[in-house]
Design a protein around this ligand. Structure first.
Ligand code: FES
Length: 363
């Protein structure tokens, strides 16, 4: 079956972007800047906190990764460049390439910005708790907010192993210098003693529950942004819940899910012989779903342009609207509770729980 609608979203379309800078941030991290040509500026317009996905084909296999944009949004026009922070991950194919080989002038295939872990500038008080490379999207949020909204404040609590391994140290210090009254910074080093008065050790739930009320008026924070490894984000979320912060004010993005601390995917239930109907960029098709495969893999067998990046339930690139039928999701670190309630699923984590399922990637 095939049908066509007027939508033309091109979710899965990669664009070749030229690298204009590769700046060393720490011994194991770089900031990569891509030029955005004039005809793609609208396509690459982003909200602070969003990420881009990159694709690399090497030795016959394709690797996709998502990286958060670190630069602020300062004009009404779409960006002339986007910059992402890349930290070396053990055995990580793209991060190894980015740190060891990528050079100015190289061309990388990039998906337009996506993701709902965002802070569009508005009046109010905002706070973030981040670990390691979790600073990347939050740097864009804080820098944009402080530069564009004199009626907004931002409190950043960041946790890193050592000062030498801290990404965007200067950029964050610069925010402090420029907006000392509206930007509050607490830096915690887990593997290094700091000078008297500063904080060292691990930022766990107990620590945060004690620390946060001493730093700011917890109940008057309009939005909390948690970003980093699973353990840190989960501990921060529990601390905020214990302090009575409503769930709707807490936004989170997880990095490095496969750290052994995250829950295992659920794979219960008998196999279901199902038919999937999917709409993507205005075109629809129906196909049988093979035993054990995800709905994303089912779509990808027929539509190579289906959007995805991590295939791990983390980035949200594969988000689709469940038009009809039921699905079982293995895990979800990307969708907010209100998105799930509204009927969105992660195609890379979804299996059919009935005989007919219909997904719409265009909504
Ligand atoms: S591809 Fe990343 S959540 Fe599905």
């Amino acid at each position: 079956m095939a049908r066509t609608s007027t939508a033309a979203v091109h979710h899965g379309a990669f664009h070749p972007l030229r690298v204009t800078a590769v700046d060393r941030l720490t011994a194991d991290a770089v900031a990569v800047t891509f030029a955005v040509p004039p005809e793609l500026r609208e396509t690459f317009r982003y909200t602070p906190g969003q990420h881009i996905a990159v694709r690399r084909v090497a030795n016959g296999s394709e690797v996709r990764r998502t990286y958060s944009i670190c630069t602020p949004v300062l004009g009404a026009e779409g960006p002339e460049a986007v910059q992402v922070g890349v930290r070396l991950v053990d055995g990580g194919e793209f991060s190894t390439y980015a740190l060891k080989e990528l050079a100015v002038g190289d061309v990388v295939e990039v998906l337009p910005p996506a993701g709902r872990f965002t802070l569009a500038p508005r009046a109010g008080s905002f706070a973030a708790i981040v670990g390691g490379s979790g600073i990347t999207p939050v740097l864009s949020m804080a820098a944009t907010l402080l530069a564009t909204r004199p009626d907004a404040r931002f409190c950043l609590i960041r946790s890193d192993r050592t000062a030498a391994s801290t990404m965007f140290l200067e950029e964050v210090a610069d925010l402090k210098d420029r907006w000392p009254d509206r930007f509050q910074l607490v830096s915690v080093l887990s593997r290094e003693d700091q000078q008297a008065g500063l904080v060292s050790g691990r930022l766990d739930q107990e620590r945060l529950a004690t620390l946060l009320p001493t730093l700011l008026s917890v109940e008057s924070v309009d939005g909390w942004f948690l970003c980093g490894p699973y353990g840190l984000v989960q501990g921060a979320e529990q601390a905020l819940r214990a302090l009575g912060v409503p769930r709707g004010r807490v936004h989170q993005e997880i990095f490095h899910v496969d750290d052994g601390a995250s829950p295992a995917p659920s794979r219960s239930g008998p196999p279901v012989h199902a038919t999937l109907t999917a709409t993507l960029d205005g075109r629809s098709g129906s196909w049988p779903v093979e035993d054990g495969e995800t709905l994303l893999d089912s779509v990808l067998r027929h539509r190579a342009d289906a959007p995805y990046a991590c295939k791990g339930g983390v980035c949200g690139t594969c988000r689709a609207f469940l038009v009809s039928g039921e699905v079982r999701m293995d895990r979800n670190f990307a969708l907010e509770p209100d998105e799930v309630e509204a009927g969105y699923v992660l195609a890379c984590q979804s299996h059919p729980a009935g005989e007919e399922v219909e997904l719409d990637f265009d909504r």
